[in-house]
Design a protein around this ligand. Sequence first.
Ligand SMILES: Nc1ncnc2c1ncn2[C@@H]1O[C@H](COP(=O)(O)OP(=O)(O)O)[C@@H](O)[C@H]1O
Ligand SMILES: [Mg+2]
Length: 336
Amino acid sequence: MSSDSINDNLGGVEIPTGEPILGIKNFSKWFPINNSWNRQTGWLKALDNVSLTVNKGEIVGVVGESGCGKSTLGKTIMGIHKLTEGSVNFEGSEIGHLNPSESRQLRRRLQYTYQDPGASLDPRWKIGKSLHEPLEIHTKLTRAEREKRVKAILTAVNLPEAHLDLYPHEISGGQQRRIGLARILTLHPSLIILDEPTSGLDVSVQATILNLFLDLQKQFNLTYIFISHDLSVVRMICDRVAVMYLGKIVEINETEKLFSDPKHPYTQSLLSAIPVIGGKKVTENFWLEGEPPDPSNLPSGCSFRTRCPKKTDQCLQSPPPLTNTDGEHSVACYNT
Ligand SMILES: Nc1ncnc2c1ncn2[C@@H]1O[C@H](COP(=O)(O)OP(=O)(O)O)[C@@H](O)[C@H]1O
Ligand SMILES: [Mg+2]
């Protein structure tokens, strides 16, 4: 099946592979912190001044410890959270500050899969209804055309038609992920933000889901942002990887270069914590110590300095900017 056979004029801009499809600039999302009297006492800087370009056809990984802002990044790009500052350009249009109805049309080709696959499926609806609903909302397809498209997508995610008559609780976690993906694919997106798409799955199921992502990418010309805390999965599937620490990107590089030659002390410690590959540790530098600081009360200067063995006086003064060193590599550290 070709992607054209299910593309009933959903629109969108055809961008050649390798050209930017998404660009975020000086992107910040701050959540208000309220005390028990509901008075605002400060801000939690879940994302602080993040810039990132994603090219068409790429798989860009976003990694970092729990709470570093990965899901907030995905949800804010998607418009689920309102952007505090900065800009988002998607397929040539600025979408960061549009109102919900203006952005709905533009964002249809930009989709986000929730960390919890069950969250996108209504437990009271049969799978068939869940797959028809986005098409009823976003397209003018007839019932027969919708049925044709839903069946084609179901085949693409390797599920039998009989699943249309089942409820979410009647299928496995892996199958729920496939349905979640199918629901999005019916809208013919160009960029999908996958939030922890393999967490909670058995290793064998993880492998089949990863292969499915790669198959679907080819079949539907997709670009992915792949959010995960699982570094071995990210290494397998991503072209480039961005490492986040407390709301900032601290290093980004092509996957193999990042894994073989990490420069930021945080990336080095993250990688030293993953299982030994081929009997040899990826880096022997040091292990990450302690907990990250409270995101609502960040240290001055570099936020990693409280855990960093390389810190110097300069790190206390101001946060190191993310600086391009060579090629695709950028790092935010004064002491690499
Ligand atoms: N809706 C929200 N309201 C307030 N704080 C939030 C909200 N969502 C996330 N946060 C906070 O933002 C930070 C980043 O969270 P999140 O993006 O979920 O991290 P990750 O996905 O990397 O685990 C955390 O400190 C989290 O508590
Ligand atoms: Mg998350």
